[in-house]
Design a protein around this ligand. Structure first.
Ligand SMILES: NC(=O)c1ccc[n+]([C@@H]2O[C@H](COP(=O)([O-])OP(=O)(O)OC[C@H]3O[C@@H](n4cnc5c(N)ncnc54)[C@H](OP(=O)(O)O)[C@@H]3O)[C@@H](O)[C@H]2O)c1
Length: 279
């Protein structure tokens, strides 16, 4: 497993999401989280107060209850509606309580909407000072949103979690270079694609699948490596141990070069940038 550094903390370059707890895939997802942490060295686990209105935070707390705290890098997200004077700290304390931890490793504003960014910066910083979160960031922010955040003094924003995968690469033009320039870690969600944003089925692409078969590598493992090669911490989700094993299999350099060259040909990046896709 490759590791990245976020605010002096070691974070696995691949991580698991928890929306499966919302859709009732509890046992499968719990098994996948434990196997990913114990057998593959994954520590990045993502959740949000929105997911099932706390159900996913509660289920995640149960899943990781017997793991040493330092084995998990917890990402949680606050809704923009709760990023207010009245609701910010009650929301954060509720998440801490549901997760059963004293501190969240990375706390994100889930999306911008009408959030008062100056307030967000100040509240996040206060939460860091109080030892309730280790680092903070945002999600679904396009370049102009990040510029507004920086104009509000948010230079300590550590991460922007965005939609990025082989089928959706518009951010490669402006947003991704902007994040790198400003030391904001890109984190991708739906790194294997999402049903909420229709895309072709890579398993039906003969050129890609022939290359994958030649090396005995699953296309999902190559897709995740593509994201990490671009500098992302890449989130995906699965409730199937067999999917987990194939997604996390190691992709040797030569296999990556050959298979990715096919993928890039079949699913090329757009020839121009456009507004960030959010799902
Ligand atoms: N910040 C945001 O706004 C935002 C938005 C969306 C998601 N997220 C986060 O990102 C996480 C990941 O998002 P996601 O869209 O990838 O999760 P998702 O909605 O759970 O979708 C993942 C899907 O991929 C399938 N899958 C995984 N590996 C596979 C394989 N090898 N072959 C076939 N199917 C496979 C899974 O099915 P199986 O269970 O059968 O494997 C599942 O249906 C979420 O859980 C959440 O934490 C954040």
């Amino acid at each position: 497993m490759k590791y990245l550094t976020l605010n002096h903390q070691k974070v696995s370059a691949i991580g698991l999401g928890t929306t499966g707890f919302w859709s009732g895939k509890n046992q499968g997802l719990e098994d996948c989280i434990l196997t990913a942490v114990n057998d593959y060295g994954v520590n990045l686990i993502d959740t949000a107060e929105m997911y099932g209105s706390g159900k996913c935070e509660t289920a995640l707390a149960r899943a990781i209850a017997n793991l040493p705290r330092e084995k998990v890098f917890l990402v949680d997200k606050i809704l923009p509606d709760n990023a207010t004077e009245e609701s910010f700290f009650p929301s954060l304390h509720r998440s801490l309580s549901l997760l059963g931890v004293d501190e969240i490793d990375l706390y994100l504003l889930h999306w911008r909407e009408n959030a008062d960014l100056a307030f967000v910066v100040q509240a996040m910083r206060q939460a860091v000072q109080q030892g309730l979160i280790k680092a903070w960031g945002v999600s679904n922010f396009d370049t102009s949103d990040l510029k507004d955040l920086l104009a509000c003094g948010g230079h300590d924003c550590a991460c922007n979690q965005i939609f990025y995968n082989i089928y959706e690469r518009g951010c490669e033009y402006e947003l991704l270079p902007f994040m790198k320039e400003h030391g904001i870690l890109p984190m991708s969600y739906s790194s294997l694609g999402s049903d909420y944003h229709p895309h072709p089925d890579i398993h039906r692409n003969t050129a890609v699948m022939e290359a994958c078969r030649a090396y005995g590598i699953a296309p999902e493992a190559v897709m995740l490596r593509m994201n990490t090669e671009q500098g992302f911490a890449a989130l995906f989700s699965t409730s199937s141990l067999s999917h987990l094993h194939s997604n996390l299999q190691e992709v040797p350099d030569e296999a990556y070069r050959e298979i990715f060259a096919r993928m890039d040909q079949e699913f090329p990046a757009p020839d121009h940038g456009y507004p960030l896709v959010k799902i």
